[in-house]
Design a protein around this ligand. Structure first.
Ligand SMILES: [Fe+2]
Length: 260
């Protein structure tokens, strides 16, 4: 059995520092073999810079996935091209720096990690990610033992429908982006572990990690305010997938969180 930890959107540089303090200990306590962290917001809602990406990789992330904010910080572009551990979504336009999947060692096995973007209520014109993923699964067949997909999307229905289209083809599919965990973790009929959203990593007590007063004022006035971080304690939200390394099928999915 191989145990994969996935964590939701990292909200800010201070959250990166929190994970650097706590993630390795959580990995050891829970016997985690491989960790995927969604880093698209690590620069506090403005993409992820190469410095924060490097800190996350040192701090216990084996792979960093992306989302709709990934390309906002140009400082990540060269790292997207040079590192096989930092991904942007697979279904972006041709010619965009970086890649949307990678194959990495996980203990004595090889894990294929995908980052993909949903279409509904996201960037206009984003194409359906499933055909992109299916093409890679076909092309890389025999070069990996298990696979994981971070589907960064707003709509739970879109994520659930995509999970059924890919059931049995991928070991684990999980959602990110909404910052709110869902309670629908399951193993689908053909062996794919699934959860619609794992939540986020950041300070609690605000609105999706942003200070409450800022977001309520914005909602009342419709004006844009500069965001500032919520002030509650840090929490990291995610899920653990137990995967049979010989079949690539999921055995169990469990929601997890830790904080300080
Ligand atoms: Fe997002």
């Amino acid at each position: 059995m191989l145990r994969v930890l996935v964590l939701g959107d990292v909200l800010s540089p201070s959250t990166v520092a929190f994970l650097c303090r706590r993630l390795w200990a959580f990995r050891r306590e829970n016997r985690i073999d491989f960790t995927v962290v969604n880093g698209e917001n690590a620069g506090f809602l403005s993409g992820i810079g190469s410095k924060d990406a490097a800190l996350l990789l040192d701090g216990g992330a084996d792979c960093i996935t992306g989302g709709n904010h990934t390309m906002a910080a140009k400082s990540i572009y060269s790292m997207l091209d040079s590192s096989d551990r930092v991904l942007r979504p697979i279904n972006l336009a041709d010619g965009v720096p970086g890649a949307g999947y990678t194959i990495l060692p996980a203990r004595d096995r090889r894990i294929l990690v995908f980052s993909a973007l949903g279409c509904l209520f996201m960037e206009a014109g984003t194409p359906d990610p499933v055909p992109y993923i299916e093409r890679v699964l076909e092309r890389e067949a025999g070069r990996y033992d298990l696979s994981v997909l971070d589907l960064h999307a707003e709509a739970t229905g879109e994520k659930i429908a995509a999970s059924f289209r890919l059931d049995g083809k991928i070991s684990a599919i999980y959602g990110t982006h909404t910052h709110v965990p869902t309670a629908d973790e399951t193993v689908l009929p053909n062996g794919t572990g699934y959860i619609s959203d794992v939540g986020f990593c950041g300070r609690t007590g605000g609105v999706l990690g942003v200070k409450t007063e800022v977001m309520t004022a914005r909602q009342k006035t419709r004006l844009r305010y500069s965001y500032s971080e919520a002030e509650g304690p840090f929490r990291a939200q995610g899920a653990i997938f137990d995967i049979d390394e010989s079949t690539g099928k999921a055995l169990a999915v469990k929601r997890v969180e830790f904080g300080e």
